[in-house]
Ligand binder design. Structure first.
Ligand SMILES: *Cc1c(COP(=O)(O)O)cnc(C)c1O
Length: 319
């Protein structure tokens, strides 16, 4: 089957993102290498604009609009990193953004989104459907909907992080990538398997939200009830129509980690590597440290996907 997004789309996205997204650093740690008995390369998207890789997909998707669409503005639904990414990318493109957010979203997230000049539309997540609301507003106001993970231009943009990682460190035996709705994993797979045909790529989900793992096993998109995990960027209920075929065709496996494993990883990053990584950003690293897959002596790429976390909560977790 022909995939809806290809490595050529990732390359085109990389050109659009040049001097717009940060080429984030790749860190290594002697202690992490000793603990894992492998050679680990951390791609630090916690240092990307808005603190997560989501800036890449959001910026690319807005850059791909027609002038007319850009003039009219964009809309999305998210309370997390995608909201801030769309808000900031819209500001850079001088277009307007409307973000559909639950009434009970954290104040800091609302403030950050408003700070980038976006407008917020509040809904009740217990009684209303955010996708339906966004569709309706998009229709009424002529705004283009840019969903968080199930969109070809978003997937292509997310793929640029792993393209950079491989350009910077060369050959890798394994790549571990956090998995929520699947935009990051799909884009990463396009880059990794094109540049290094023999690499093994592993998607990592929170134990409570293993819909991706179930989907891979079953051969079709499985929808689960809203999962509970501290990995708030990966508590999606299902993969997307555009990214699932890519994941199904190219991924080597999907594995899971528990919340306590994420907390111990956050603690390690703060103490040993002086970095704040949010729980979802720790998924891939925690899976490597858990050694579900034998990695001894191997060269491993790990995507640290983001660093946005409430500091009071962070302190409680790592204390
Ligand atoms: C959104 C997000 C993910 C998951 O990305 P998907 O494209 O939804 O799979 C992982 N980590 C962080 C920090 C995120 O914001």
């Amino acid at each position: 089957m022909k995939l809806s997004v290809t490595y050529q789309d990732v390359e085109a996205a990389a050109l659009r993102l040049e001097n717009k997204a940060f080429r984030t650093p790749v860190f290594t740690s002697r202690t992490a290498d000793q603990l894992s008995k492998a050679h680990l390369y951390f791609k630090c998207e916690n240092y990307q604009h808005v603190g997560a890789f989501k800036f890449r997909g959001a910026f690319n998707a807005i850059a791909c609009l027609t002038d007319e669409q850009r003039k009219a503005g964009v809309i999305t639904y998210s309370s997390g990193n995608h909201a801030q990414a769309i808000a900031y990318a819209s500001q850079l493109h001088q277009t307007r953004a409307l973000i559909v957010m639950p009434k009970d979203a954290p104040q800091i997230k609302m403030a950050a989104t408003k700070g980038y000049g976006a407008k917020i539309y509040l809904y009740d997540r217990y009684t209303e459907d955010r996708e339906a609301i966004a569709q309706q507003l998009s229709h009424e106001q002529g705004l283009t909907l840019i969903p968080p993970y199930d969109h070809p231009d978003v997937i292509a943009g997310q793929g640029t992080a792993v393209k950079e990682l491989i350009e910077d460190v060369g050959s890798l035996d394994y790549l571990f990538v956090p998995l929520g709705g699947g935009g990051l994993l799909a884009g990463s797979l396009l880059s990794a398997k094109h540049l290094l045909p023999n690499i093994k790529v592993i998607g990592v989900e929170p134990e409570a939200g293993n819909d991706g793992q179930q989907s891979l096993r079953k051969g079709e998109i499985v929808t689960i009830p809203a999962p509970k995990s501290i990995a708030d960027g990966a508590v999606t209920t299902h993969l997307g129509q555009y990214n699932f075929p890519i994941i199904q065709k190219l991924v080597d496996d999907i594995i899971t980690v528990s919340d306590p494993e994420l907390i111990s990883m956050m603690h390690f990053f703060a103490e040993r590597m002086k970095m704040i990584v949010e729980p979802t950003g720790c998924l891939a690293a925690a899976a490597v440290m858990k050694k579900t897959i034998p990695i001894e002596g191997k060269k491993i790429g790990i995507v640290l996907s983001g660093g946005n976390v409430d500091l009071k909560q962070f302190a409680l977790w790592v204390k």
